[in-house]
Design a binder for this molecule. Structure first.
Ligand SMILES: NC(=O)C1=CN([C@@H]2O[C@H](COP(=O)(O)OP(=O)(O)OC[C@H]3O[C@@H](n4cnc5c(N)ncnc54)[C@H](OP(=O)(O)O)[C@@H]3O)[C@@H](O)[C@H]2O)C=CC1
Ligand SMILES: CC(=O)N[C@@H](CCC(=O)OP(=O)(O)O)C(=O)O
Length: 314
């Protein structure tokens, strides 16, 4: 059986990458809209209601409007925007979140893809909350380094068409401490409040690493840094896309430097545990366009349509 799949936002960064993945999956038929009609609501409404599954790769406001156009009860939606991630009528598309999330995704017809920074934070921290190591009122913080493709066509164009010297240096942003991923970071980490989060964009296309400092003296239980690594490795042992690196992760550094681009062009997320008895640094590394967006969208599609979860992602 072939499924009709439509990508709304087909010419955007996330949409183009989803098309790349779809081209490797035989049992989907990709329906496209003529380029000049891609913002024509009547054309979009018709095609959306013809499709078995639609990816929305649009700004939040356009996603919200588009969802109101769906009248075919059989049409499944996967939304890449921030619009529905904490909406309880939608399922959070992070299959590795806990033992029941995959089944929820499979049964759902409305799935929201997690934010890229949020993916890295939640997957690193929530096992420690669930296992009663981190108190729910832990004052968490994290910073994230991302390639500029995370900002979509506009930021890509700024980086690729400007010679402004300041673009060569890493740039912090969201310094009002109100980044749009905070609500989902709080809700799905299990913490009582959102972390203090500072993202940094660098002068490279793709690749992301979220770093989370932890202070064991604030833990609820005594646990060594090596045991934290073992706990994460056990928690994710059956997950094909999550790799928990051995504790002596320094061997994965290059002359002492971390390579933020190592997971690029894959759907993998690598988790590292650095530190010693008084200070721990968790780092999750992945491709912002892979597990951080389009790869995650395909993984969710595979679950929703009953395909092998890694189909097209290899
Ligand atoms: N880039 C990334 O790493 C990630 C992005 N996301 C999210 O995915 C969504 C898409 O992001 P991204 O691909 O980066 O963004 P882009 O800006 O690269 O692409 C957005 C696309 O949406 C189209 N579009 C905008 N408004 C409308 C509308 N009203 N009707 C139809 N099409 C419209 C644009 O058209 P046009 O071609 O005319 O510009 C463009 O093709 C966003 O919500 C973003 O936050 C999520 C995770 C990561
Ligand atoms: C460099 C840059 O601007 N990155 C974006 C990446 C996140 C993104 O696209 O947001 P959603 O996943 O929520 O859609 C940001 O931090 O806002």
């Amino acid at each position: 059986m072939k499924y009709n799949v439509f990508v709304d936002g087909q010419e955007g960064t996330t949409g183009l990458k989803i098309h790349d993945y779809l081209s490797k999956i035989s049992n989907v038929e990709v329906i496209k809209i003529e380029s000049e009609r891609r913002k024509d609501n009547e054309a979009r409404r018709a095609i959306i209601n013809e499709a078995d599954l639609v990816f929305l790769c649009l700004p939040d406001s356009a996603s919200k409007e588009t969802v109101t156009m769906v009248s075919n009860k059989k049409t499944k939606i996967i939304d890449a925007s921030t619009a529905f991630r904490t909406n309880d009528e939608w399922t959070y598309g992070l299959p590795e979140l806990n033992k029941s999330q995959r089944a929820k995704i499979q049964q759902s017809s409305r799935v929201s893809i997690p934010g890229c920074h949020a993916t890295g934070f939640i997957l690193a921290i929530q096992p420690l909350v669930i296992e009663g190591i981190l108190p729910r009122d832990y004052p968490a913080s994290c910073y994230s380094i991302t390639g500029y493709s995370g900002g979509g066509k506009k930021l890509i164009s700024e980086y690729q068409n400007s010679t402004r010297e300041q673009l060569f240096a890493p740039r912090q942003y969201a310094l009002h401490l109100n980044h749009k991923h905070l609500p989902e970071m709080q809700l799905y980490s299990g913490l009582n409040s959102a972390p203090l989060f500072t993202p940094i964009v660098g002068s490279y296309y793709q690749g992301l690493a979220v770093s989370i400092p932890l202070f064991p003296k604030m833990f609820l239980k005594h646990i060594t840094v090596k045991e934290i690594q073992e706990l994460l490795a056990f928690y994710y042992k059956d997950e094909q896309f999550i790799r928990v690196m051995p504790y002596e992760s320094e061997t994965y550094l290059e002359d002492g430097f971390f390579n933020v681009m190592e997971c690029n062009h894959t759907n993998h997320l690598d988790l590292f545990v650095f530190g010693h008895k008084d200070e721990i640094l968790l780092v999750s590394r992945f491709d912002n366009l892979g597990k951080g967006a389009s790869g995650a969208a395909i993984q969710n599609m595979n679950i929703m349509l009953g395909f092998d979860e890694g189909k097209g992602l290899g």
